[in-house]
Structures are given as structure tokens and as C-alpha cells.
Design a protein around this ligand. Structure first.
Ligand code: GRF
Length: 194
């Protein structure tokens, strides 16, 4: 699991895994590009290895990606899940893991996605546009930001007077935290049966 922030999607995966809903997978390691990400705390308090890798410490993007790849290889990781991960992964990195990197995006791709659409900005754009329905998308990651094959989507209603924060919470609760564990089990099962 690659994280950068609060880790509520990580928590949803941990809870699903502990409830036996991800029988074909396990959370082997949580890696953050932010040392103070609360997601790392969630990992540690669930007995999961928690690492921090920063571009700065690794000497730039290439060093970061090489260190990340080494950490994943060392642990024989089969599936990489971006859960609120806000660092760029180059095409050189993502092409090493075709259909093995998942991302959860807090909108119905192709709406409100791509360069600069992350976190609250996604919901601000949705409210700005005045959409009546938004949602979340789980997709495979390739070199195009939010451009990979779509796996799962779930729609969420937008209500009069919604703030970006209120909408974000509803999308997380009703869509993200449901879709990501389901997608992780789906792909883990496919990998196990290869
Ligand atoms: C949230 O904006 C979520 O919609 C997106 O990443 C951000 C942080 O998620 N997936 P998390 O709480 O760190 O999982």
C-alpha cells in the first residue's frame, strides 16, 4: 500500500482484510512519501511494516522509484495499491507493473481527473460544475494520470448545500471504502489463479 495522508482507504483495506474479505491477499507493507502521514500510524498499530521513502532522501525521482522498486522486490510484492498516494510515478516505473498497480480516484473517471485533480480539489470541481452525481473509481495505473483501465465505479449523490469536505466524506464512506477492498480482492484472486 502506497500512502501520503490520513490513510482512511488503507484503514478500509485493513478492516476488510481482518474481516476475512480479502482471502487472496495480505497487506504486506505500507510505504509513504510523507514521514508524518497518519496512514503510517494506522499500519504500525495493526502490526504492518511501515516505511517512508522520500524523493529528497533518495536523491530525486529516479532514486525514489529505484528505492521503491527495491523495497517491493525485497518483499515479493505482487500488487501495489495507491491509497491517497500523492506522488507521481513515471511511465518507466508503472510499465514495470502492468495491471499490478491499483488507484482509487474520488470521482467518476473521466470526470474531474488527471493533472491537478486530487483530494478536495476533485470535490471542489464537482460542486463548481454542479453535477448531481459523483462517485469513486478504482482503475489500473499506467503512465497517464488517472488514465488506466477502469475496474470498478460507484455513484454517490450530491446534495444542495454540500461543501467539498461533506462531499468528500460521503464519497469516501459510500464509495471509496467499499470499492477499494473489493478491487484488491478481485485482482489478488486473479493473480493467485494465474
Ligand atoms: C482522499 O481525497 C481520497 O478521496 C483519495 O485520497 C485522499 C486521501 O485518502 N483517494 P486517505 O484518507 O489517505 O485514504
Amino acid at each position: 500500500m502506497l500512502v501520503s495522508g490520513g490513510g482512511t482507504n488503507l484503514q478500509a483495506i485493513i478492516d476488510a482484510w481482518k474481516a476475512g474479505l480479502i482471502p487472496h491477499g495480505e497487506v504486506a507493507v505500507v510505504i509513504s512519501n510523507k514521514k508524518d502521514a497518519y496512514a503510517l500510524e494506522r499500519a504500525r498499530s495493526n502490526g504492518i511494516e511501515a516505511l517512508t521513502l522520500t524523493r529528497k532522501k533518495c536523491g530525486g525521482q529516479e532514486g525514489f522509484e529505484n528505492a521503491l522498486a527495491a523495497a517491493l522486490e525485497e518483499r515479493h510484492i505482487d500488487l501495489i495499491v495507491l491509497a491517497g498516494f500523492l506522488s507521481i510515478l513515471s511511465g518507466a516505473f508503472t510499465s514495470r507493473y502492468p495491471r499490478r498497480i491499483l488507484n482509487i480516484h474520488p470521482a467518476l473517471i473521466p470526470s474531474f481527473c488527471g493533472e491537478g485533480f486530487y483530494g478536495l480539489k476533485v470535490h471542489e470541481a464537482a460542486l463548481e460544475k454542479g453535477v448531481k452525481v459523483t462517485g469513486a473509481t478504482v482503475h489500473f495505473v499506467n503512465e497517464i494520470p488517472d488514465g488506466g483501465e477502469i475496474l470498478l465505479q460507484k455513484a454517490v449523490r450530491v446534495y444542495e448545500g454540500d461543501t467539498p469536505e461533506k462531499l468528500q466524506k460521503r464519497v469516501m464512506r459510500q464509495a471509496e471504502w467499499k470499492l477499494l477492498p473489493r478491487a484488491v480482492e478481485m485482482v489478488s484472486k486473479q493473480i493467485a489463479e494465474e
